[in-house]
Design a protein around this ligand. Structure first.
Ligand SMILES: Nc1nc2c(ncn2[C@@H]2O[C@H](COP(=O)(O)OP(=O)(O)O)[C@@H](O)[C@H]2O)c(=O)[nH]1
Ligand SMILES: [Mg+2]
Length: 473
C-alpha cells in the first residue's frame, strides 16, 4: 500500500472535521528527515494540522489538532483534537477518538515530534531517527492509551498493531477549502462520445455485427475474465447478456461465496436477441484468482493457449496436466485467448493483497510472452464514488474514480487507457440507459484489443514467423 493521504481518506477527514478542507503537506519524514527540530521548523505557527503515520503493517493512523505547533515546551489545550485510524493492517477501518482531557491534547516540545496525550496516548519520536531498512523506528515508549483521548473500545494494539516501525510520518496543514475534494472535475478525465440513445444503438449494432479479422478465419474472439472471487466476473457476463437480451438476466450464477462459485471453466456465449445466433466473441469465466488457491502459472498457460475445454472443472489440489478429459492437444488460433481481462473490485483496490498482485504479475509474464493484450475492469465503481453511484454518467468527471484508475495502472504497469471502470447490474430489476452505454463502451474496447492481437498475429504470418497451419480452415 502506498504511503499517501488519498482522496478517500481526505473525504473521511472532511466528515470528521465538518466541511471541505484543503490539505497541504508541511512535513514528511521520508523527505525531510525524521527530526524534531525540522518538524517544528516546518510546522510551527502554521495553523491546524493533521499528523498521519504509516507503519510497516499497513496500518494508517494519526491525530488532528486545531492548535498550531509552536515549541511552547509544554502541554497544549485543544477541545477539537482527536486521534484516528484510517486503515488497520491494510483494511479500511476508519475510527475517530475524540479528546476527553483537553489539557493534554498535544505535547508541544521542541525536542519532540508531534506527540498526543498525557499518556502519551499516541507517542512518536524525539530528537532524530535515522531510517533503517526503509523505516523509522519510533523511540518514545507507549504510555497510557486512553489517558487524554476516548478509546471507543480501541486499544493501542488495535490502532498501531503495537508496531512502532513507520514507513512514513506526515503533517498536513488543514485549511478551509471552498472546493470539495471530490467535486466533479471541470473537464472529464477521459473523453467518450455524448451518452445518448443514438450512441447506445450504434454501439449495440457494431458489436452485434462484430467479426474478428476475416483473414484469420477465427469465428469468435475469445476473452478471458480473470480475477478474485467476488470481483464481478460473472456479473459482467450477466450485464452484457442483459444489454443484448433487453432485460435483466442472471443466466450465470453470481454471488459472494467464500470460495469461487465458478469452479467450472465456462465459455459463455452472448446471443442476438432476435435471431438467437451467438455473437462473434466469447467470455471465458474462470475460477477466482486467489492467493493460495486458484490457478498456477502452468494452468494459466494452458488456458491462454486454448488447451482447456469448456466446462473444465478446476481442482485446486491437482495441477492441470495434458491427461485431463477433453484436453485440447493442438489448439488452433481460434481456440486461444485473444484478450485477457483482469477483473478487479474497484472498491477494494487499496487493499488488494500483495500475494494477489504478485500472482497477477506472474500471469502477465505469460500473457506478454504470447503478445496477449490485457485490460483491467474496475468493477463496483458505484461503491467508490457517491456522485457516480447516483448518476453513472458522472464517472469520467469523478476524481475518485480517476484516482483508482491511476492506481491500478501503476500496480499492474498497464497504460491508463487499458483500465476501464464499470458498474455491473447487481440488484437492479430494470435496465438503465447509462449502465448499458458504459457496458458497451467497455466491451467495444475489449474487442478492439482482441483485434489488436489478431492484427499482430497476421503481421507475424506475413513476416513468415508463423505457419498458416495454425489456422483452422
Ligand atoms: N455494487 C456493485 N456490486 C457488484 C458489481 N459487480 C458485481 N457486484 C456484486 O458482487 C458480488 C460478486 O459478483 P460475481 O459476479 O459473482 O463475482 P465473481 O466471483 O468474480 O464471478 C455479487 O454479489 C454481485 O452482485 C458492481 O458493479 N456494483
Ligand atoms: Mg463467478
Amino acid at each position: 500500500m502506498a504511503v499517501e493521504f488519498k482522496k478517500r481518506d481526505q473525504t473521511r477527514m472532511n466528515q470528521w472535521l465538518g466541511g471541505n478542507k484543503r490539505y497541504t503537506c508541511l512535513f514528511k519524514a521520508s523527505r525531510d528527515g525524521c527530526n524534531s527540530t525540522t518538524f517544528h521548523n516546518l510546522c510551527n505557527n502554521k495553523g491546524p494540522t493533521v499528523t498521519i503515520m504509516y507503519n510497516t503493517n499497513n496500518s494508517v493512523y494519526g491525530a488532528y489538532t486545531s492548535v498550531s505547533w509552536a515549541s511552547t515546551e509544554g502541554w497544549r489545550v485543544d477541545g477539537h483534537a482527536f486521534l484516528f485510524r484510517l486503515y488497520q493492517s491494510g483494511n479500511w477501518k476508519p475510527v475517530k477518538l475524540p479528546v476527553k482531557n483537553t489539557n493534554y491534547s498535544t505535547y508541544d516540545v521542541s525536542s519532540y515530534g508531534p506527540t498526543f496525550g498525557g499518556g502519551h496516548d499516541l507517542p512518536t519520536f524525539n530528537s532524530t531517527i535515522n531510517p533503517s531498512s526503509g523505516y523509522f523506528q519510533f523511540n518514545i515508549a507507549a504510555g497510557t492509551f486512553g489517558h487524554s483521548y476516548s478509546t471507543n473500545g480501541e486499544t493501542l494494539e488495535s490502532i498501531t498493531n503495537g508496531n512502532r516501525n513507520m514507513r512514513d510520518i506526515e503533517v498536513y496543514l488543514v485549511e478551509v477549502s471552498d472546493k470539495p475534494t471530490n467535486a466533479p472535475l471541470e473537464a472529464p478525465w477521459r473523453n467518450t462520445p455524448q451518452w445518448n440513445t443514438e450512441l447506445f444503438e450504434a454501439l449495440k449494432e457494431k458489436i452485434d455485427k462484430y467479426t474478428p479479422l476475416k483473414e484469420l478465419k477465427v469465428p469468435q474472439a475469445r476473452v478471458l475474465l480473470i480475477g478474485q472471487v467476488g470481483a464481478g466476473k460473472t456479473s459482467f457476463f450477466n450485464t452484457i447478456n442483459s444489454v443484448f437480451r433487453g432485460y435483466i438476466t442472471r443466466q450465470a450464477c453470481s454471488g459472494n461465496a467464500e470460495h469461487s462459485l465458478t469452479t467450472v471453466y465456462r465459455m459463455y456465449q452472448i446471443r442476438n436477441s432476435v435471431s438467437g445466433k451467438p455473437l462473434n466473441f466469447r467470455l471465458h469465466d474462470t475460477r477466482g484468482l486467489e492467493a493460495d488457491q486458484g490457478m498456477d502459472a502452468h494452468g494459466m498457460s494452458y488456458l491462454l493457449d486454448g488447451n482447456l475445454p469448456d466446462r473444465f472443472q478446476f481442482n485446486p489440489s491437482a495441477p492441470v496436466t495434458p491427461d485431463i478429459t477433453g484436453f485440447v492437444a493442438i489448439p488452433q488460433l481460434a481456440d486461444k485467448i485473444h484478450c485477457v481481462v483482469f477483473v478487479i473490485d474497484g472498491s477494494t483496490v487499496d487493499v488488494m493483497p500483495e500475494k494477489v498482485i504478485e500472482k497477477m504479475k506472474g500471469f502477465q509474464i505469460h500473457m506478454n510472452q504470447r503478445g496477449i493484450p490485457q485490460i483491467v475492469l474496475l468493477t463496483k465503481i458505484d461503491k467508490v464514488c457517491e456522485a457516480t453511484s447516483e448518476d453513472l454518467s458522472q464517472i469520467f468527471f469523478s476524481p475518485v474514480v480517476q484516482e483508482s484508475v491511476d492506481r491500478v495502472s501503476q500496480i499492474l504497469g498497464l497504460p491508463r487507457s487499458n483500465i476501464l471502470p464499470i458498474k455491473n447490474y447487481e440488484s437492479e430489476i430494470e435496465l438503465h440507459a447509462n449502465v448499458n452505454i458504459l457496458t458497451l463502451l467497455t466491451l467495444q474496447q475489449i474487442l478492439n484489443s482482441a483485434d489488436d492481437y489478431m492484427y499482430n498475429y497476421l503481421d507475424k504470418i506475413e513476416d513468415g514467423k508463423l505457419q498458416q497451419l495454425n489456422i483452422r480452415e
